[in-house]
Design a protein around this ligand. Sequence first.
Ligand SMILES: Nc1ncnc2c1ncn2[C@@H]1O[C@H](COP(=O)(O)OP(=O)(O)O)[C@@H](O)[C@H]1O
Ligand SMILES: [Mg+2]
Length: 462
Amino acid sequence: MAELKVTQSKDLTRVERVGAHSHIRGLGLDDTFEARNVSQGMVGQKAARRAAGIILQLIREGKIAGRAVLLAGQPGTGKTAIAMGMAKALGEETPFAMMAGSEIFSLEMSKTEALTQAFRKAIGVRIKEETELIEGEVVEVQIDRPAVAGAASKTGKLTLKTTEMETVYDLGAKMIESLGKEKVQSGDVIAIDKASGKITKLGRSFARSRDYDAMGPQTKFVQCPDGELQKRKEVVHVVTLHEIDVINSRKQGFLALFAGDTGEIRCEVREQIDSKVAEWREEGKADIVPGVLFIDEVHMLDIECFSFLNRALENEMAPILVVATNRGITRIRGTNYKSPHGIPIDLLDRLLIISTTPYSEEEIRKILDIRCEEEDVEMSEDARDLLTKIGHETSLRYAICLITAAALACAKRKGKEVEIEDISRVYSLFIDVKRSTQFLMEYQEQFMFNEVQEDDEAKAIG
Ligand SMILES: Nc1ncnc2c1ncn2[C@@H]1O[C@H](COP(=O)(O)OP(=O)(O)O)[C@@H](O)[C@H]1O
Ligand SMILES: [Mg+2]
């Protein structure tokens, strides 16, 4: 099961611009799950962070598969931020899949297929494999010049040694190519996977540390391996059920993982995979690693999706479901019934609810400081005070948006530091919701769809 390809797909997602939550590096908890005031990019919201930390611990102990958590609170109180913090704290091995409730409405696949894929992205399979390796220090790489120029297949010899033995291996064209790609030279310690032919450079042999000058400072030195050249090693890797589905379905195979264009996956494929995984588990070759599925803006799901979630949570291989919403009592999509958070009572009943509360001025100030640093923006104390006030009176998110805009205004006037004047300039250029609403009230006849509707659809908490 393509280990290499899977790690590559993870690397791709790590290439990230400065996004709305890029400053969040964890939940900022200490060993006793107490939330530190400011830590790992997280500020305040201590009770919710602590609760999220306890959920994490339960996940780590494998205690609560198939449970669900609801993050509820006003817009801009850090619900998504806390979910991102959970993802970071879980680390690389535990799968974390996230989607917005609205993402299930697509023409390419049915709602249930979209949800099934999301669930399977959040379930990992830890696979143990015994592989045969050849591990040794390169004594010599010798490539024969083809007798006729451009002759099809190159041949050569590779001499490897351990502290106890030395062997010469014949090389085919493919091995020569991968040796070239990895820039293997004599003095390198390498491992060759016998099944796949994959070559991994483990480092330079200590015996060669004298040639240090010729190498970069990053060069890693390792001992020349001892014992036999051929070794059996257990390798462990985690892939998600979704990755296994895609790799094994249809023609595109794993390439679809990069394109994100997976289409619908036939249920026979999934059935086969599930029974294969069950077999591996019985044989002790694999474990299930329940991860986290985070569905943001969960009120966008409709009654069919909620019913699917209810069922899916009962599956033996269910992940932890974390959902978030900023809605109060509102209509459940696809019905005429109202319910808290727009979530049906039977699902609500399963949820542990974590609520988030608005930030104090001091906390807003701290979050803005962190964002300034994250965006590499220099800002004067006065300007920070003003921005904090704006954040307190309008919204945190609006204030965060103004940082970037004010930095541009500052650059335009060739200033070094964002000053009050830059903040007030962008404050007048970009209006916040309150002012926008007031403006709409005054001029509403001039806009499209101008009836003011009875607001029963979307009422935020508070
Ligand atoms: N406690 C916090 N610590 C640091 N940054 C936060 C915190 N809460 C919110 N933020 C940041 O403020 C912005 C708005 O928060 P967000 O999580 O999107 O709110 P919500 O999802 O509740 O509407 C985001 O950029 C987020 O990263
Ligand atoms: Mg959010």
